[in-house]
Design a protein around this ligand. Structure first.
Ligand code: ZN
Length: 214
């Protein structure tokens, strides 16, 4: 298990397209475990493989903190999750390999978007779809289908965008100042509290790992 280093904007790999996973191996599961540990260490609700420098189509999402927050209940939404044709409760975290949106409807504006690759950047009002239908594989190659709206739908769209090199600032309504975004990230990185926390985490560079599914 490892906590991976998360690439920050404007790292060049964040703008690349990721390729599908073809080999569902033990090292894929090991990588997914590392992604989960990383998301938890940084208190995120989602993470995509390219954010740790691995350009494969793998995302994880855990929206439990939102479901537990009553002030956000307008965004709790609903979902239907099936795995190999069986309807189940939503796994936490949800691990999706080769996810694909197969249905979407009704554009909305979401007020609270944010991203672990943009620490210190607080911009909302991103354009998203309200309802989506998504198909994917689990890390052990079972077939998943999710119909959802609310925060789960928004979060999945955010993570899926990463696989195309699309970032949330691209979806913010109106002008986003590149200089302001870069300054916010630099302020966060320079903060001594942040530096101390990063040192304690003993971050691993996922790009240096020898994963056989890559
Ligand atoms: Zn993100």
């Amino acid at each position: 298990m490892a906590v991976y280093k998360i690439l920050h904007y404007p790292h060049v790999l964040l703008r690349k397209q990721s390729t599908p996973v073809e080999k569902f191996t033990a090292s894929l599961k090991q990588f997914v475990d590392g992604m989960i540990e990383t998301m938890n260490a940084f208190e995120g609700i989602g993470l995509a493989a390219p954010q740790v420098g691995v350009l494969k189509r793998v995302i994880i999402v855990d929206v439990r903190p939102y479901f537990e927050n009553d002030s956000l209940k307008d965004w709790h939404g609903s979902y239907k999750f099936t795995c190999d044709g069986k309807q189940l409760d939503l796994p936490s975290p949800l691990v999706l390999v080769n996810p694909e949106i197969v249905g979407k409807e009704q554009e909305i504006i979401f007020p609270y978007d944010g991203c672990l690759s943009f620490p210190g950047v607080d911009r909302g009002n991103t354009t998203r779809w309200k309802n989506i239908v998504l198909e994917a594989k689990t890390a052990d190659e079972k077939s998943i289908r999710i119909e959802c709206n609310g925060i789960l739908s928004i979060c999945l769209q955010h993570e899926l965008d990463h696989l195309e090199g699309v970032l949330f600032i691209d979806r913010v309504q109106g002008q986003v100042s590149e200089n302001e975004v870069l300054a916010d990230i630099e302020d966060h990185e320079a903060d001594t509290g942040t530096r101390r926390r990063m040192k304690k985490l003993k971050l691993v560079d996922a790009r240096a790992e020898k994963f056989d599914f890559v």
